[in-house]
Design a protein around this ligand. Structure first.
Ligand code: SAM
Length: 286
């Protein structure tokens, strides 16, 4: 990969986030970037046409679908090399997040073309921010496989992960996916469904899997629309509980020493695992 090499004659690629529902959720910088771009590369040009006309922006479009991205990326790179500034948008939210753009960005990086992110909405992060589930460590998993076998295999691979898991899900698969989660993760796992975020029927509701499935099944509308699932990670081994003295010692020592060293000393004095203390320190003392 080439870095920091943007010959004057090359254009720039802007990765522009657009709203995930509420059209007010766009930044001033996103609008001015779209106004100033020579060309807008979009996933669905008809959909994006409507979006841009809402902001009074009229620009030439270039279609970049998932299925033709690799070929089309080369065409766009040529245009960038000729000096055109291009803005990439997707149907909603941040491009490349379960949306096209990866091949294009990678090719730009390989060719030394500057790629500039214009941040904004992303359904996964927006859902996480309001779910009330641990947000210090998480894994974004995109869409689960459509078929039960593939889905259960994927969930098996994730079941011992202690990080919060984030999935995108569709209306017609949500109940099947949750029931597979119950099979694999068990009845105690807490899951939040974030539906239609930023839109009229926004709903953010969490419960343990059996109760959540029951709640969703009670009313058809509760599974409708666009959905993010926030799944609590597997609980860490709770046998590691630290005495107040050990925590006090760790707190005091980290004021004078690097956390690793402090965790090592406290582990030795109080007989705890060094790594468990280190993780505790990362989570609560940093
Ligand atoms: N690039 C987008 C982003 O930054 O979030 C995601 C694109 S992905 C093709 C579309 C999926 O994102 C939907 O099926 C749904 O799972 C999730 N999603 C998008 N908008 C949403 C919203 N307003 N509420 C809940 N989920 C949403």
């Amino acid at each position: 990969m080439k870095n920091d090499h943007n010959p004057q004659q090359f254009g720039k690629l802007y990765i522009v986030a657009t709203p995930i529902g509420n059209l007010n959720d766009i930044t001033h910088r996103a609008i001015s970037t779209l106004e100033e771009a020579d060309l807008i590369a979009a996933e669905d040009t008809r959909h994006s046409g409507l979006l841009l006309s809402h902001y009074g922006i009229k620009k030439p479009f270039f279609a970049l679908h998932d299925h033709n991205e690799q070929q089309k990326a080369s065409v766009l790179v040529e245009k960038l090399q000729q000096g055109l500034n291009i803005a990439l948008i997707s149907d909603a939210g941040t491009p490349l997040i379960s949306d096209p753009g990866f091949h294009l960005v990678r090719e730009c990086k390989q060719q030394g073309i500057q790629v500039i992110p214009i941040p904004g909405a992303c359904a996964a992060i927006t859902a996480l921010s309001a779910a009330g589930v641990a947000s210090n460590r998480f894994s974004f998993e995109g869409f689960l496989p459509a078929k039960t076998k593939g889905r259960c295999d994927k969930l098996e691979a994730l079941k011992d992960d202690s990080r919060t898991l984030i999935f995108y899900e569709s209306t017609h698969r949500i109940l099947d996916s949750l029931s597979d989660m119950q099979k694999v993760f068990g009845d105690e796992r807490y899951v939040v469904i974030a539906r239609e975020i930023t839109k009229t029927w926004e709903t953010i509701h969490g419960d343990n899997l059996p109760q959540l499935i029951e709640w969703l099944s009670a009313e058809n509308n509760r599974t409708k629309g666009e959905i993010v699932l926030i799944v609590e990670g597997k609980p860490e081994d709770s046998s590691e509980e630290f005495s107040p003295q050990a925590i006090k010692a760790l707190t005091l020592l980290t004021q004078e020493l690097p956390l690793k060293k402090a965790a090592g000393l406290v582990a030795e004095i109080f007989g705890y695992k060094k790594n468990a203390l280190y993780q505790y320190g990362l989570e609560f003392l940093k």
